[in-house]
Design a protein around this ligand. Structure first.
Ligand code: GDP
Ligand code: IMO
Ligand code: MG
Length: 424
C-alpha cells in the first residue's frame, strides 16, 4: 500500500524500466506522468525483451492497470502500434487507461522537430525527433489538440485547421518545406479516435481512487533529472518535468499522496544527444563502458556517451526529487574495470563546486574531482543475495549510499528480473 515515484537521477537510460518492472509485481496501477515516445524502457523477462516507449512498464503484469496521464504527449499511431505489438506477444493491453487531457503529437510536430534541429546545425539538441518539443510548445501556447478533442469530429477539424494554418506558414516560410494537407491528417486521426475511445477515462480520478483505497501505485518517470526542462542542463533537455514534482500536474494528484521517491542511478553514467557532461570519458575506458553496458539508445539506436558516476549530480538529484532511496543499476558492468572513479566535486578556475553549479558554463569547463575505489574483477551477474557480492562491490554500493545520503535499497546486476538484489 503506497504511492511511489520512480525517477531517473542522470540523463536517462538508468534502467527505470527494469526497476518499475521489478516493483510492478506487487503493484495495482503504474502511471506515466510526462514525456512521450522519446522514452525507451527495456524490460527483460526470461528470454524475452520488451522495449516500451509510451505504455507504462507495468503492463507486463496482468494485475496492473497501466495509465498514461495528462502530462504526457501521445502519438496515437505509436500508442496503437505498441498495443498491437504487445497483443501479438501475448500481453493484453486492454486495461490501458489514457487521459483525455493528454496532448496529441501531430505530424507537423514531428516535421518541426526534424527541421528545427537541422536549422540549429552544430547547436542542435540531438532530440529523438519524435515531435516532443513542438507538441509541448503548442500545449503551453494553448494551441495544442488534446486526446478528448478526437471524440468531437467538428471540434477536432476546426482546431486542426487553425493549427495547420499557422504550422504551414512556419514550415513553408521559415523552413522552406512543403505545406501539409488538412484532410489526410484529419481522416487519419479520426480513425484513431474509434480505436482509442474505450481506453480514455478520467485518469486523475482513477489514480486518486486507487490511492484512497490503499492500492499500490507506481509513477514511472521517463527521461531524468538532468533532462528536466527546469532543473536539467538547459537547453539540452527534454520539454517536460521528469523530476518527482512533475507527478502532481502530470497526473492530477497532490504531493501529500506520495510515500516514496526512488531514484534510479546507473553505477556509471550515460547521455544521448548534445550537452555538457563533466565526467564523460572520451577514451578507451568510455568505449569499454559502451560495449560492455550495451549503451545504444532504445529509441534511436544512437551510441550513448559514457563516463564515471557523478556524485555531484547524484546529490543534486536527491535534493531536487526529494529521494527517499536509490536503486543502483548495472553494477555488473563495472566488474570489468580495475579501478572505479566517482566524482565528488567539480574544480573550476579557483572554485571547488560541491553542489551542482548554478551557472551552466561551469559544467563545460570544470574538472571533476574523483575518489578512486578498487574494482572486484569478477563476474557478479549471477549473484542473487547482496551479501554474496565481493567485498569491493559492497564497498562501492555503500560508498554511493554515503555520498548520496539516502539508502541504496535495490542493486541490479543484470537486465533480468532475477538479477536484482533487494536490501533491507
Ligand atoms: P530506462 O530508459 O531508464 O528504462 O533504461 P533503458 O532501458 O533505456 O536502458 C537500460 C538498459 O540496461 C536496458 O537495455 C536494460 O535491459 C539494461 N539493464 C537494466 N539493468 C541492468 C543491469 O543491472 N545490468 C545490465 N547489464 N543491464 C541492465
Ligand atoms: P528514457 O526514458 C535518454 C534526450 C534526447 C535529447 C533530449 C531532448 O529512455 O530515459 P526530446 O526528443 O525529448 O526533445 O530530446 O533528451 N532524451 C533522452 N535521453 N533517455 C531518454 O528517455 C530520453 N528522452 C529524451 O536524446 O538529448
Ligand atoms: Mg531509455
Amino acid at each position: 500500500m503506497s504511492a511511489t515515484i520512480v525517477v531517473g537521477t542522470q540523463w536517462g537510460d538508468e534502467g527505470k524500466g527494469k526497476v518499475i518492472d521489478v516493483l510492478s509485481e506487487g503493484a495495482d496501477v503504474v502511471v506515466r506522468y510526462q514525456g512521450g515516445n522519446n522514452a525507451g524502457h527495456t524490460i527483460v523477462v526470461g528470454a524475452e525483451r520488451f522495449a516500451l516507449t509510451l505504455i507504462p512498464s507495468g503492463v507486463l503484469y496482468p494485475n496492473v492497470t497501466p495509465v498514461i496521464g495528462n502530462g504526457c504527449v501521445v502519438d496515437p499511431a505509436v500508442l496503437l502500434g505498441e498495443m498491437a505489438t504487445l497483443s501479438e506477444r501475448g500481453i493484453d493491453p486492454s486495461r490501458l487507461r489514457l487521459s483525455g487531457n493528454a496532448h496529441l503529437i501531430m505530424p507537423y510536430h514531428r516535421k518541426l522537430d526534424a527541421v528545427m534541429e537541422r536549422f540549429l546545425g552544430r547547436q542542435q539538441i540531438g532530440t529523438t525527433k519524435r515531435g516532443i518539443g513542438p507538441a509541448y510548445t503548442d500545449k503551453y501556447s494553448r494551441q495544442g489538440i488534446r486526446v478528448q478533442d478526437l471524440f468531437d469530429p467538428k471540434i477536432f477539424r476546426s482546431k486542426l485547421e487553425v493549427a495547420l494554418k499557422e504550422k504551414n506558414k512556419i514550415l513553408t516560410k521559415i523552413y522552406n518545406q512543403m505545406p501539409m494537407d488538412l484532410d489526410p491528417i484529419c481522416d487519419e486521426y479520426l480513425e484513431y479516435a474509434d480505436r482509442l475511445h474505450e481506453h480514455v477515462t478520467d485518469t486523475s480520478l482513477l489514480v486518486w481512487e486507487a490511492i484512497r483505497d490503499g492500492e499500490t501505485v507506481l509513477f514511472e518517470g521517463a527521461q531524468a533529472t538532468l533532462l528536466d526542462i527546469d532543473h536539467g542542463t538547459y537547453p539540452f533537455v527534454t520539454s517536460s518535468n521528469p523530476t518527482a514534482g512533475g507527478v502532481g500536474p502530470g497526473v492530477g494528484i497532490g504531493p501529500t499522496a506520495i510515500d516514496r521517491v526512488v531514484g534510479v542511478a546507473k553505477a556509471y553514467i550515460s547521455r544521448v544527444g548534445s550537452g555538457p557532461f563533466p565526467t564523460e570519458l572520451d577514451n578507451p575506458i568510455g568505449e569499454k563502458m559502451v560495449e560492455i553496458g550495451g549503451e545504444f539508445g532504445t529509441v534511436t539506436g544512437r551510441r550513448r556517451r559514457c563516463g564515471w558516476l557523478d556524485g555531484v549530480a547524484l546529490r543534486y538529484a536527491v535534493r531536487i526529487n526529494g529521494l527517499t532511496e536509490i536503486a543502483l543499476t548495472k553494477l555488473d558492468v563495472l566488474s570489468h574495470f580495475e579501478t572505479l572513479r566517482v566524482a565528488t566535486a567539480y574544480d573550476s578556475l579557483d572554485h571547488r563546486h560541491t553542489e551542482f553549479p548554478r551557472q551552466q558554463r561551469v559544467l563545460y569547463n570544470c574538472h571533476p574531482v574523483y575518489d578512486d575505489l578498487p574494482g572486484w574483477n569478477t563476474d557478479i551477474s549471477g549473484v542473487t543475495d547482496y551479501r554474496d557480492l565481493p567485498k569491493q562491490a559492497q564497498q562501492y554500493v555503500e560508498y554511493v549510499e554515503e555520498l548520496a545520503g539516502v539508502p541504496v535499497t535495490m542493486v541490479s546486476v543484470g537486465p533480468s528480473r532475477a538479477a536484482t538484489l533487494v536490501r533491507g
